[in-house]
Write a protein that binds this ligand. Structure first.
Ligand code: CUK
Ligand code: CUA
Length: 641
């Protein structure tokens, strides 16, 4: 115990030293080794396009931001788990159902890990998935429209952290619970945690044609914490690896009580085996309430369905489904190299970096070299699965990515650096400081069999003195390094939205050519669409009034509306008749309990207005659409009840 406190004291002191040194350092240290060649490497001339897309998680903003690399320019914030006034996401009637959950309408979350869909081990640029950590959900963003088109809630989960990672043919996107909880939930003393709380790992299938998600099954694991995960690939395709911590199953003061064991585990899940067990009917069906929300591109409308049950596999009753690989000291990231052979367990509190061998794991299993069990799950011997150790590479390893040329790059939070090391020789090749305290890092395609090892992007937790001050809260940041040479070179700093946990990157060409330019008006199947000025009307149904409205440069139709009464519930269903690229219009109304609508050409959106006062109330277009934008307006007359 004393030793452990010493370790913490040591680590904390180092953190303080690192961050305070950084603060008082000279500007040469602060800028790294920037020179004009670095500037040239990130310079994308006006009108030119970036070489890569980077999808960076928005952390506690709940969104996903889209940047260009190498320039670091921000293109778009895609609304996912939080309401977004700019795009009316979660405000208009069409998208509200996307934020529905079994707990009701939850218009906020904390998003950590985006991952791009893959075909045959290579990223294919079709979809990007991202997790909601707080109210467990997985979202799918369609990369032809850059819109969130599906959100599935994850039952029996809490702190959906080891998510959302995709298998090499996008068979599954996987979600793992951070917290173990009673499954099903019940009123039980927290002191009875050990043995009673469980961790659910969820496998959500992705339909090959249209990407539709379905929660196929959950594996009910012991009451550890499940931190991160990665799919196997190549030779290890069919397996999924999850880091665990708190294998002590502590329910209080985890900073001490969950750091007792010398080794925690990487849980290796054979999901192909899981499919066999499901097929053979070896599952339990458990009641579970969870929302499944789908946005339809043709009706431009989301529907939310409440699901009622889930299939559960118990590893104790399914031999060969799960094995535990001992891994030192609270492993955080769990990263698999492009060949699928090496599984890196980044032990947060470990001095060394542990790398497991998939081949050795298989042979240990084959030879039945089992070294104990936990709740019926076989534990393999550390030495039997160990591929190698990177000795003392830094302090506080968190995450590793690969360049596809036999090198790995690991972030060290406490010593605030990225360390490049070599697979198979396990030697450290280079290290570069980050400013400061890096979390994840990303190489485009670094999560696949074919990384594009040109840049690594480090995502930092602390920026302190890196930018102009903006009050007590400073921005978060990312840093770009050139990794084409033997030594890394720091090229660029740029601020990010929310907290950038992880990112996914891919060559721009993969997405650019498929990007949708327009919604065709004739394909608009929205229930309240008005496709020409002749379709516009005002329909009263009791207290409810539906206005079928159109907009085109530069007028609304109808633009003078009478017959509305105080106490009515007025629906504005507004269709943008434009069929030119990039001519959105916006609209809102005084006192409407919604943001403005932002309506793309060919699309229909709806907001609701509750008029409370008699009078004549103007509305106007909120998106500058032509020289006559300021003429685009109308009035609603509100009469007494
Ligand atoms: S992470 Cu979520 S706590 Cu290392 Cu992926 Cu930052
Ligand atoms: Cu339409 Cu401004």
């Amino acid at each position: 115990m004393k030793k452990l406190f010493n370790l913490f004291f040591y680590l904390t002191t180092i953190t303080l030293i690192v961050t305070s040194c950084s603060k008082t350092d000279s500007s040469s240290k602060r800028s790294g080794a920037l020179n004009s060649s670095a500037a040239e490497k990130v310079y994308v001339a006006p009108g030119e396009h970036d070489e890569f897309y980077a999808f960076i998680s928005g952390g506690f903003s709940g969104q996903l931001s889209v940047y260009g690399l190498p320039s670091g320019r921000l293109f778009k914030v895609i609304p996912v788990f939080s309401q977004d006034a700019e795009k009316a996401w979660g405000y208009n009637e069409e998208t509200k159902p996307m934020l529905n959950t079994s707990y009701g309408f939850i218009p906020w979350d904390d998003s950590h890990h985006p991952d791009i869909s893959q075909t045959a081990g290579e990223i294919d640029g079709r979809y990007v998935f991202i997790n909601a950590n707080n109210t467990p959900r997985i979202a799918k963003i369609d990369l032809t429209t850059f819109e969130t088109t599906e959100i599935i809630e994850i039952p029996n989960s809490a702190g959906n952290h080891s998510s959302s990672f995709v298998t090499e043919n996008s068979e599954y996107v996987v979600a793992g619970t951070r917290f173990s909880v009673p499954v099903p939930q019940k009123d039980i003393s927290i002191k009875e945690y050990k043995g009673n709380f469980k961790g659910a790992l969820s496998f959500i299938s992705i339909a090959p044609e249209d990407g539709a998600m379905n929660l196929e099954f959950q594996i009910l694991m012991p009451g550890f914490n499940y931190d991160l995960s990665h799919p196997g690939r190549g030779k290890s395709h069919g397996w999924f690896f999850f880091t665990t911590y708190n294998t002590e199953e502590a329910n209080t003061l985890l900073e001490v009580n969950a750091s007792q064991n010398d080794k925690d585990f990487i849980a290796a899940i054979n999901w192909k085996k899981a499919e066999e067990y499901i097929k053979a009917g070896k599952f339990k069906t458990m009641p579970a309430n969870y929302a499944h929300n789908v946005y339809d591109e043709h009706t431009h409308t989301a529907t939310s369905t409440m699901k009622k049950e889930v299939k559960i596999l118990d590893p104790a009753e399914c031999p060969g489904l799960v094995y535990l690989l001992p891994t030192p000291k609270s492993p955080h990231g769990c990263d698999v190299d492009p060949s699928g052979e090496y599984i890196v367990g980044n032990g947060k509190l470990s001095a060394n970096l542990t790398v497991h061998s998939f081949t050795k794991m298989l042979s240990a299993i084959e030879n039945n070299k089992i070294d104990g069990e936990a709740y019926g799950i076989p534990i393999l011997k550390f030495e039997d699965v160990l591929a190698g150790v990177v000795e003392q590479p830094g302090l506080g390893p968190l995450h590793t990515e690969f360049d596809g040329k036999g090198n790995a790059y690991t972030t060290f939070f406490i010593s605030s650096e990225v360390v490049k090391w070599k697979l198979e020789t396990w030697e450290v090749i280079d290290r570069k400081p980050t400013y400061y305290s890096v979390g994840h890092l990303m190489i485009p395609g670094g999560n696949s069999a074919k990384p594009f090892g040109k840049y690594v992007l480090a995502m930092n937790k602390i920026t302190k003195d890196r930018y102009l001050p903006t009050g007590p809260e400073v921005t978060q940041s990312a840093q770009l390094y050139d990794i084409t040479g033997e030594k890394m070179e720091l090229l660029l700093d740029f601020p990010t939205i929310g907290e950038p946990h992880y990112a996914a990157g891919c060559p721009a060409d993969l997405i650019k050519s498929k990007s949708k330019k327009i919604y065709k008006l004739e394909e608009n199947k929205h229930k309240y669409a008005a496709k020409s000025d002749e379709d516009t009307k005002v329909v009263r149904e009791g207290n409810e009034v539906h206005i079928y409205m159109t907009m085109i440069r530069s007028h609304f139709s109808p633009d003078n509306i009478e017959g509305i009464k105080v106490g009515d519930k007025v629906y504005f269903h507004v269709t943008n008749l434009e069929q030119d690229y990039d001519v959105p219009h916006g609209v809102s109304m005084i006192g409407a309990n919604t943001s403005e609508l932002l309506i793309m050409p060919g699309q229909t959106e709806t907001f609701v207005w509750h008029p409370k006062q008699v009078g004549v109330w103007p509305f106007y277009c909120t998106d500058f659409c032509s020289a006559l934008h300021q003429e685009m307006q109308g009035y609603v007359r509100v009469s007494p009840k």
